[in-house]
Design a protein around this ligand. Sequence first.
Ligand code: HEC
Length: 236
Amino acid sequence: MRLVLFLTFGCALGALSIGAGSALAAGDVRAGAQGFRACAACHTLESGRHLTGPSLAHLWGRKAGTMESFSRYSPALKSADIVWNDETLDAWLADPKAFVPGNFMTFRGVKDARARADLIAFLKAAGGDGSTGQTAQGNMMGGGMKGGPQSQNLKALESTQQVTAIRYCRDTYRVTTTAGELPPFWERNLRFKTDSSETGPARGRPAIMPAGMMGDRASVIFADPVEIGEFIQKKC
Ligand code: HEC
């Protein structure tokens, strides 16, 4: 399966370089897959699945800032009048701030032209041209990005992560899960978030996720912001 996919991409890449036309040398898809790790915290290649940034599936030929299902585009990108192709992507990735002043992508860019060409080749092979991005991304990256915190289904967590109650007293939160009470959290170390997507938690059953390296911080993720106030009991 994997071999077949690589062969397919190999051929696509071959066709690309023969097709010339582009001023850029065709990049290395495998190296580009490594490079995409810098993007994966904010972008998927799955159609319609947005993180901090919009999904990068079906990118080629799309006008910048126009995917209706993504609600956080900057006015700058929306009005930039750019169509994504090898050249515009190269300019954007080289220096996003200079290419579209005032955009909301907090990313410095990729200074190395070779690395950009590799990334562009990967984006194209992995669904940027309209093919099935999800499969390609999973295969190209050895599935490594799928296990990321952003893609976990919060309805299917272990009992130690399903929150049943949160008590607040003075500067301390006490969190109870289906498996029992956790060590107390200093109030500045517990964050409250929401995830209203399909993979978010069930209503009334927020999820607690460890944060940071020391074990003293965590995030509680609710299905809806109105739940936050209802759920937390002020009680000593
Ligand atoms: C820290 C988060 C973050 C990182 C890292 C990041 N991006 Fe983005 N990206 C965004 C956001 C947010 C936007 C929307 C920008 C706007 O509307 O101004 C965006 C927009 C884009 C767009 C335009 C999409 C469209 O629908 O028009 C492309 C293409 C893109 N990013 C590619 C990349 C690539 C490739 C990388 C890695 C080399 C990357 N980004 C790294 C957050 C990020």
